[in-house]
Design a protein around this ligand. Structure first.
Ligand SMILES: *Cc1c(COP(=O)(O)O)cnc(C)c1O
Length: 500
């Protein structure tokens, strides 16, 4: 299996090379030359546990990894660090299935990929005879930084430094980061906003002289960015796992189609579902759910992607995105792998912020449905599901839940097709919005994040269904280990210090 760039079909990299490189030099994203089919029947795969299934799927994409290498990575990634051996359990509530992707160390779905990426990266480095240590620099507006740190902590031959905007993240997010253990991690708060942090990181990446200096000292920069195929491929696994769980539990017959609804930001998670479908997973509709930043809803409706619109800060912040970078891969697939056409669209996106696909390409979108939920819709959905069933969902999941309900009522998605909703974060992570949605009498304005978590615990039924995750217990009593605070011009020096 070789990988092309979405902007250059003549490029052919092995999987490990593509993982190491992250993004192609031409600005494109790496895509497999062809989407493989499952090597086994779904009922065979239904007998497997999460790790066995992960190997079964990932080996088809990462075929230059040996069996020992890949199973080694999988074993390190999906074990006791998750709070359930199922890794991605399926909960039934209100007539639909919630695929819980938040049982990892940082209680959000980014763990599903970021727990394994560091191991894939270091294995890829060894295979390609790279001697330098891998250094990850990440700017974060909250969640990704923590998930990346948790993944890389104490992974040999790697170091990670995360920059976050001072005063620009929630209490819980800050505490999660500054209490991170590991001898190779560092967290820095920067006087500036997220964009300043991001720009600073890009500058350091592009500083060739600095890179050479560090290379001489045995370091090499890499990225844990969501466009890396090393993050995409592990995400295919849980969609297949969800289907296999339904089979195993006799909820469906093999071959029966399901609908999958994904709360979408960068289009990574839903693209993984699209790949699963193209590998042979029986899917009728992939539902792309957005919040008020509904650029994708419009794209699926009329074929025009237009980022020229107001940006909304919502209660589902991980979906507050106007440029969904992974969409480039879908564009490439639906235009028949025409790299120069893809490149033209993406250049238009950069220069004009807008492009329109043609009718032929629109046919490739037939398997998608799309919709968005307002802030009120989202709160109402959290409350409705809780009042009706006692099940508590997070704000991102609620966007998906609300959108799929609307599409069902409009007949766009059939009621009698089993529906799986990707549940991307633990409600504990967004306790403030969730408590406020369920109980509008809560005096939220006078309570800090941890007090809001206490409020949530009063609400969540005490039947042991959703105990306080370890990630929350940790921030209640963990020591602050990082207190570096710098100005925006101090980032490069801070990196140099860290790597001394
Ligand atoms: C990142 C994230 C999303 C969006 O996923 P994409 O792959 O970027 O589309 C949704 N929900 C949560 C909680 C996230 O952290």
């Amino acid at each position: 299996m070789l990988y092309n760039s979405t902007r250059d079909n003549s490029l052919k990299l092995t999987a490990s090379e593509a993982i190491l490189k992250g993004l192609s030099d031409d600005g494109g994203l790496f895509v497999p030359e062809k989407i493989p089919s499952f090597g086994r029947s779904l009922s065979d795969m239904a007998e497997m546990d999460y790790r066995e299934l992960a190997y079964e799927i990932m080996k088809l994409y990462l075929d230059d990894f040996t069996k020992e290498e890949l199973t080694g990575c999988i074993k390190k990634a999906y074990g006791d660090n998750f709070d359930t051996p199922e890794i991605a359990p399926l909960s039934y509530a209100d007539g639909r299935y919630y695929l819980e992707l938040f049982h990892g160390p940082t209680i959000a779905f980014k763990d599903m990929a970021l727990q394994i990426l560091p191991h894939l990266l270091t294995t890829a480095a060894k295979k390609n005879d790279i001697k330098e240590d891998i250094v990850i620099l990440t700017a974060t507006s909250g969640d990704t930084g923590k998930a990346a740190m948790a993944g890389f902590a104490d992974v040999p031959d790697t170091k990670i430094m995360v920059f976050f905007p001072h005063g620009g993240v929630s209490d819980v997010q800050r505490l999660q980061m500054v209490t991170q253990q590991g001898n190779n991690v560092s967290v820095v708060s920067v006087d500036g906003n997220f964009d300043d942090c991001q720009t600073g990181v890009k500058k350091i990446f592009n500083d060739l002289e600095f890179r050479k200096e560090l290379e001489a000292k045995g370091f090499r920069f890499s990225s844990a960015n969501s466009i890396n195929i090393g993050r995409l491929v592990p995400q295919i696994v849980y969609y297949v796992y969800a289907y296999c769980t339904l089979l195993r539990e006799d909820k469906i017959q093999e071959g029966r189609k399901i609908n999958i609804c994904v709360p979408t930001g960068n289009f990574g998670n839903i693209l993984a579902a699209y790949l699963a479908m193209n590998m042979g997973l029986p899917v009728e509709k992939l539902i792309c759910a957005s919040n008020m930043n509904n650029v994708l809803t419009d794209f699926f409706k009329n074929g025009t992607y237009d980022r020229n619109r107001p940006f909304h800060l919502t209660m589902s912040p991980s979906m507050d995105i106007l440029i969904s970078s992974n969409l480039e891969r879908l564009i490439y697939f639906i235009c028949g792998r025409d790299a120069s056409k893809t490149k033209t669209f993406m250049e238009k996106l950069t220069t004009e912020g807008c492009y329109t696909i043609d009718d032929d390409m629109k046919k490739g979108l037939a398997c998608f449905a799309a919709g968005y939920a307002s802030e009120d819709d989202t709160s109402a959905e959290i409350k409705r599901i809780f009042d009706d069933t006692g099940y508590v969902i997070d704000t991102h999941t609620a966007v998906a839940s609300a959108v799929s309900r609307t599409l069902q009522s409009q007949g766009v998605c059939k009621d009698d097709v089993p529906l799986v909703i990707a549940s991307t974060a633990s409600p504990y992570k967004f306790a403030r919005s969730i408590v406020s949605a369920i109980n509008s009498d809560t005096d939220a304005g006078n309570k800090n994040d941890l007090e809001m978590i206490d409020e949530l615990e009063k609400i969540i039924p005490a039947d042991g269904n959703m105990p306080e995750p370890k990630a929350i217990q940790d921030i209640r009593d963990a020591k602050i280990l990082h207190d570096i605070h710098i100005g925006i011009n101090g980032m490069k020096e801070t990196v140099a210090d860290f790597l001394k």
